[in-house]
Design a protein around this ligand. Sequence first.
Ligand SMILES: [Zn+2]
Ligand SMILES: [Zn+2]
Length: 222
Amino acid sequence: MTAIEVHQVKLGIANAYIIRQKGTILVDTGDPGNEKTILDAAKNLGIAPRDIRLILLTHGHGDHAGSARRLREMTGAKVAVHRDDAEKLRYGNQGKLRATCLTGRCLGIFFSRGKTARYPPLDPDILIGDFLDLRPYGVDGTVMPTPGHTPGSVSVFLADGNVIVGDLIFPSIPSEKPGLPFWADDIDAVKRSIAIIRERRPRAVYTGHGGPFSGEEIENIG
Ligand SMILES: [Zn+2]
Ligand SMILES: [Zn+2]
């Protein structure tokens, strides 16, 4: 198997990921206005905008879907999101954040307003249900639902055992150790989804903020 490259692109607060194997896909797009940073990172890897075959959104929050519309225009790639978060994209509105802890309540004041709450709306091209096979896009992996942070949150399970989990797992403040997300629509679903990730015994766990973490590091969450 050709090695699967995972390149973390650090944006303002969130991460995007450029995944390259036989083809290239982009996972998440950051806030509105992050398109140039992402395409510059791709360019540094020798990847042209037209090489990006798919834009996969782990969920519909503005710090992940914010630049999706611009990047779709600039790359011609299709945008995929789980059907349960599609409505957020269509309205360009991430909706209300439900805090799971004091940190979430405090930071939520910042994240619910301003530019991350609203973003350029777009009609997604691909609605994910039970799974999405990434092989047609040149990457040996599968996207599967890992709900809880939002109803339509998904993770990318790569064939080499590594996983990209979006905001299912958050770096704690101030320890930066992996923990539960500061916001979740359904915290019990988050815990069930983290258990699914653990069962896979991944080597590397790539998160929407901070990270990556090792499989051992996520053993004790929740
Ligand atoms: Zn989120
Ligand atoms: Zn986020």
